[in-house]
Design a protein around this ligand. Structure first.
Ligand code: ATP
Ligand code: MG
Length: 172
């Protein structure tokens, strides 16, 4: 299993200032009152893993992922999120104890991806993540509303989801 050491957000949605979350080994929970940014943390996670559609990150357009300054503060020029993976068991074929993946988005909606601070393409990031069995659209990330959708979907569709999770649909 790939372990996440931390998540750093800067200028992403409500996180104007650099905000670092440190993850423990077992179980981690983000708590806070309504509107405090809990779901934004999950959006940041999906964002840095390369999720493309702004809508699935709960934004109308990509630029809305950038801190907007609220009513009276200065908006950010770009949003930056980094995720740090533990690589002590060499899950990723890079000679370093930790792997940092970064995604930065600017006001025109363009993204820049980095691996350990060096610029890479999105595909290179996705290929690297795949080695750790990480997929931003995978079913190991359960988002708000996913369970309700799963319960309400027609049985055939539900079966397709199960086949996908079981890993048998690629053989069809
Ligand atoms: P709930 O408990 O209601 O689910 P939550 O803790 O999940 O709340 P979020 O949805 O993560 O809350 O955060 C909502 C807040 O994020 C809102 O106050 C919204 O204004 C703010 N927000 C979203 N996008 C931006 C942005 N681009 N710039 C600044 N603030 C933003
Ligand atoms: Mg929420």
């Amino acid at each position: 299993m790939t372990k996440i050491n931390g998540l750093v957000m800067h200028g992403f949605k409500s996180f104007a200032k650099r905000t670092e979350l440190i993850f423990d080994n077992k179980f981690n929970v983000v708590l806070g009152p309504n509107g405090s940014g809990k779901s934004n943390v999950l959006d940041a996670l999906c964002f840095v893993l390369g999720k493309r559609s702004a809508k699935s990150l709960r934004a109308e357009k990509a630029a809305n992922l950038i801190y907007n300054g609220g009513k009276s503060k200065t908006p950010s020029k770009h949003a930056e999120v980094s995720i740090i993976f533990d690589n002590s068991n060499k899950t990723f074929p890079i000679d370093s104890e930790t792997i940092k993946v970064t995604r930065i988005i600017n006001q025109s909606g363009q993204s820049v991806y980095k691996i350990n601070d060096k610029r890479h393409t999105r595909q290179q990031v996705l290929d690297l993540l795949a080695l750790g069995k990480i997929n931003p659209d995978g079913y190991n990330i359960i988002l708000q509303g996913d369970i309700t959708n799963f319960v309400n979907m027609p049985p055939i569709e539900r079966r397709e989801v199960l086949a996908e999770i079981a890993g048998i649909s690629i053989y069809e």
